[in-house]
Design a protein around this ligand. Structure first.
Ligand SMILES: [Zn+2]
Length: 261
């Protein structure tokens, strides 16, 4: 049994290392394309890109501000930043974060843990009522997620789909693996459940509970097309709540647009 556990942990590790190499290479590729304006605007890994739907022209000479841009047009386009919030819902931190987002006028995507969603279904409904979106973040947040047998991955996804859909009437279409534990079988299960895998590009490491101004600095580095990761569950998230208020103010002052995925 111990040997099986070690073998599973090794498999997970090698799968995650391989995956992170793919992810870095892809981020470099798409990031370059984004910055020089030829390819997709959005620097992101192999699993998702922020949609360009909200893109608006900022200042192209001879054009009205707000004119939609076509493919291949230059890069003075303001793509939105996608704020994502993982590990809730939590009866303390989710409402506090929702208050900040409402005050800032920012919509986000909440990747919820199924067993927490089952305990606090009213918070799922408030998230949606406030105009945010819900995504699936597994049922029990077991790690390393990439090491799970395919049947367990399917259960983790399916059970959370059932809870969220049952409580809200809205079926999630996005999945984020706990701690980014992607593997081929996790991606295959996502496809099977009709879930788009969503990774991130900006990680302020708020789960380590650094000071709020440090988290805020890291979040405020987000550029158009980034997907920002932060957390409203799994620990004391008072610093995250405080940091987002600071960072969103700074980002909005720079003209950053936000989108829920
Ligand atoms: Zn998580």
């Amino acid at each position: 049994m111990a040997r099986d556990t070690r073998a599973a942990a090794l498999r997970a590790l090698s799968s995650q290392v391989a995956w992170s190499i793919v992810r870095r290479a892809e981020a470099l590729r798409t990031g370059k394309a984004g910055r020089d304006g030829r390819g997709p605007l959005l620097a992101h890994g192999p699993v998702f890109r922020v949609p360009r739907a909200d893109a608006v022209v900022r200042a192209v000479p001879g054009r009205e501000p707000g004119t939609p841009v076509g493919a291949g047009e230059p890069w003075d386009v303001a793509a939105p930043v996608a704020l994502t919030v993982d590990d809730g819902p939590d009866p303390t931190w989710t409402p506090a974060l929702l208050d900040v987002l409402a005050a800032q006028g920012v919509r986000a995507t909440f990747f919820v843990v199924g067993e927490r969603a089952r305990q606090h279904p009213e918070l799922l409904r408030r998230v949606l009522a406030d105009g945010h979106h819900l995504g699936n973040h597994s049922y029990s947040h077991v790690q390393p997620f990439a090491a799970l047998p395919a049947a367990a991955v399917a259960r983790e996804m399916g059970e959370t789909q059932r809870v969220v859909t049952g409580e809200t009437g809205v079926r999630p279409t996005l999945f984020r693996a706990p701690a980014g534990g992607w593997s081929r079988s996790v991606l295959a299960a996502s496809r099977h459940h009709g879930l788009t895998p969503v990774d991130w590009t900006v990680d302020p490491k708020d789960w380590r509970e650094p000071p709020a101004d440090r988290i805020a600095q890291r979040v405020a580095r987000a550029r158009p097309g980034d997907i920002v990761l932060c957390h409203d569950g799994g620990g004391d998230r008072s610093r995250t709540v405080q940091a987002l208020d600071l960072a969103l103010t700074r980002l909005r002052e720079r003209g950053t647009l936000f989108t829920a995925l």
